[in-house]
Write a protein that binds this ligand. Structure first.
Ligand code: SAJ
Length: 432
């Protein structure tokens, strides 16, 4: 089995990546840039044909990088999973969403593994990157792979390595983000470490696949819980009549023992609102009540309503009601400077406003159109006329580059739920 390490270090290894999304495609490009031949596998024929023509569908991956890798034969995209047989290493980067019941949805992992099983052969290394509950690799993936009689650690290698891709992050890319790796056996760990050492500056081995799975859940539960704490702090500060943004800003001057998080109209994205629920589900199956996770989810999920209640009070103070008011929402994406709306609290806020009879329009340079309960909206140009015509402008996602000063100068009321207008004071400006 040492062969795979030799093939990796001599750059003769072929790397297969299943799932060419915001995790898989950047990873494929990194391996290709380091001289390994990469085959990307995806069930989405649109993605496969676009990539084959050198077109990227991931904002963080320029099309010119894809086109060059395809042209030089370092990367190819396919939906022919039989090619998995030829891979020395296979990395599974498929989504792990939640079902409506808030339970883990492992269908993508299972179908990816079902594609691997008939092609699994001696000498291969299989790595799961999809965020999942501790035990998934050992309890679900391993039996599928060993069912044919091959043994992990002897005939093939199996590892878990959590993805740490942060969309739109200009400072931390794959190469300079340490990569945690947990092998099913020490030999599996060595093989996985050798693989990732070709693309990241620092590989961080941990003792098992469960440890690696749990590291990722700690990272993202840490964020969800701390964001919930400052969201609750925002409600407290409102009751106390103090400015939560001032409080956090001042606390953040503490050079040790503090890390600022900021309140908002809710918690979006496909990681932070989702990952802790995978841990909660596993712990409840072990008869353990994950109180922190559930409390954080409860607080975070109530923030859209809280933001709408606050706006209602502000309009009421101006002798207007939400019903019939023209509300201009700024920012539909789940976080600044991305074009992703998954779990975006902005959508929850817009729906709540519509349910209360508001006439809602929105502006988001990253989101040209969206639909809420079947109602299609297009991003309105952010003009002085549009701002003057609304009864309130509501900042829900603080994209860089928007002219918030123009909004403040022209809107009758600005409800700034993200402190986009930090430091500004005006009679028509109210913060969350
Ligand atoms: N949010 C707040 N207050 C905060 C920080 C975030 O309300 O102080 C909200 C955001 O508006 C967003 C949601 O939380 O709606 C998630 O924001 P995020 O900054 O955590 O962004 P994500 O979802 O892209 O998280 C990713 C994660 N990366 C991976 O899972 C590999 C996370 O682990 C990273 O820490 C995070 O990026 C990051 O640091 O930006």
């Amino acid at each position: 089995m040492a062969d795979i390490i030799e093939r990796i270090s001599s750059r003769r290894a072929q790397v297969g990546i299943i799932g060419l999304g915001y995790v898989g495609l950047p990873l494929a490009m990194e391996f290709a840039a380091k001289g390994l031949r990469v085959t990307g596998f995806d069930v989405d024929l649109g993605k496969v044909s676009g990539l084959s023509k050198g077109r990227s569908h991931i904002p963080d991956v320029p099309s010119r990088a894809v086109a060059a890798a395809v042209k030089e034969g370092r990367f190819k995209a396919t939906n022919r999973f039989d090619d998995l047989r030829r891979m020395d290493a296979v990395i599974i980067c498929v989504p792990t969403p939640l079902r409506k019941t808030k339970e883990p949805d492992l269908t993508f992992i299972v179908s990816a593994c079902e594609q691997v099983v008939p092609r699994l052969r001696k000498g291969q290394l299989i790595v799961l990157e999809s965020t999942t509950y501790p035990g998934t690799t050992r309890e679900l993936v391993l039996p599928m792979f060993e069912a044919k009689g091959l043994k992990a650690g002897r005939d093939f290698h199996l590892a878990f390595s959590p993805e740490r891709v942060d969309p739109a992050n200009r400072n931390f890319r794959i190469a300079n983000t340490p990569k945690v790796v947990g092998g099913h056996t020490p030999a599996c760990s060595r093989a996985a470490q050798a693989l990732y050492a070709t693309v990241v500056e620092r590989v961080v081995p941990v003792s098992s696949t469960e440890s690696a799975e749990m590291v990722k859940l700690l990272e993202n539960t840490f964020r969800a819980v701390n964001i919930a704490m400052v969201n609750e702090l925002a409600v407290m500060c409102q009751r106390l009549g103090v400015d939560v943004w001032e409080i956090i800003g001042a606390a953040a001057t503490k050079p040790f023992g503090f890390m600022p998080f900021y309140p908002g109209p809710g918690l979006g994205g496909h990681c932070i609102p989702v990952d802790p629920s995978y841990l909660a589900w596993k712990m409840k199956a072990l008869n353990f009540e994950p109180r922190f996770i559930e409390l954080a989810a409860n607080i975070n999920s109530r923030m859209p309503e809280y933001a709408v209640e606050r706006l209602g009070d502000l309009l009421n103070a101006r002798r207007r009601s939400i019903n019939g008011s023209r509300i201009l929402v700024l920012g539909a994406a789940y976080k600044p400077d991305v074009n992703d709306m998954r779990e975006s609290p902005s959508l929850d806020v817009m729906k709540l406003l519509m349910d209360r009879g508001a006439k809602v329009s929105y502006h988001d340079p990253y989101i040209p159109s969206l639909s809420i309960e079947g109602r299609r909206l297009r991003s309105a140009p952010l003009t002085k006329a549009a701002v003057k015509a609304c009864d309130a402008a509501v900042i829900l996602t603080a994209h860089k580059g928007l002219d918030y000063g123009m909004v403040l100068a022209n809107a009758p009321l600005v409800f700034d739920a993200r402190n986009a207008l930090a430091g500004r004071k005006a009679g028509n400006l109210v913060r969350l």
